[in-house]
Design a protein around this ligand. Sequence first.
Ligand SMILES: C[S@@+](CC[C@H](N)C(=O)[O-])C[C@H]1O[C@@H](n2cnc3c(N)ncnc32)[C@H](O)[C@@H]1O
Length: 333
Amino acid sequence: MALCVGICSPAHVSAGAFSYRGGGCQASRLRVLCAVQSREENVRSTMKALKSQNHRPKKWLGQHYMVNEQVNIDMVKAAEIQPGDLVLEIGPGTGSLTNALVDAGANIIAVEKDPGMAVLVGERFGHTGQVEVIKEDFVKWPVVSYMQQALEKRSGASDPPRRAKVIANLPFNITTQVVKQLLPLGSTFSHIILLLQDEAAIRLVDASPDCEEYRPISLLINFFSVPEYKFRVERDNFFPQPNVDAGVVSFALKQESEYPRVSSTKSFFTLVNSAFNGKRKMLRKSLQHLHTPATTQAALTSIGLLGTARPEELTLDQFVALHNALTQQTTTS
Ligand SMILES: C[S@@+](CC[C@H](N)C(=O)[O-])C[C@H]1O[C@@H](n2cnc3c(N)ncnc32)[C@H](O)[C@@H]1O
């Protein structure tokens, strides 16, 4: 590593959206050599940490460890971490991202499902007093009550509690579930920064009706947050190497007063989910278990759409208008 000081600055990393190429970058031979050496060293220290726990990476837990420190540093930058911020990290693994958070002065609650990794990360950061490790399956963990209590403990009696942030190199198999679980929590979290499969990252931030993957989750994301694609991370930055590249996305969470105006969020998403049950069907058909076709058609025309509209043609604002028109018609009839 010492060899690389002053030469290894990631020249291919610029502000805005960029891409981490691991050892495959187009920079000078020396820089490539340094990147390879530094990555090998990171792989070695990851292996050493794993060996100390007699641990082989578990595929079923999505254990692909980050071996490029600069990616961790840039994820922390993307989260705009300030000293004293409370950060929830999902799946700390060997603690490489945790380490960048500690360096930035954050206080971290790290939830790890693998007992061996929970022990490892607890031992690694015990002396800092900045990391609390919780050995739990994040999906079953009571995130709101735990984080609210932690925020309240930290805030003075007078000032309103600062919201926490979430950061994670997420196991790919729980991505959708975690996104759905966290996005509506704008009173607890201000930002969520996730490293995901690149394809999922692109799909989640592109929520326009023209997008082929336009689905209820696209509407959910824009209802509750402002998403942004930050940068791409190529597969050779992980150990073991996955079959696909990754991407980092940020969700700036809205607070309740900023949500689109609907009478009930629950009934709004019931409408959206029902609408997409038959993506190719006309709304007046797919919504017929909620409203008669005539009612849906009248509501559609009252907001300036054709009575034959299909779900993939409506923007979030138009779904909101449709929901409100249907609610109004139901209450007046
Ligand atoms: C992709 S690895 C990332 C590890 C580390 N943060 C890094 O960047 O190198 C995913 C981590 O999440 C953990 N994990 C998997 N499923 C989990 C769950 N349901 N709840 C909490 N942690 C989980 C795995 O054990 C693993 O440590």
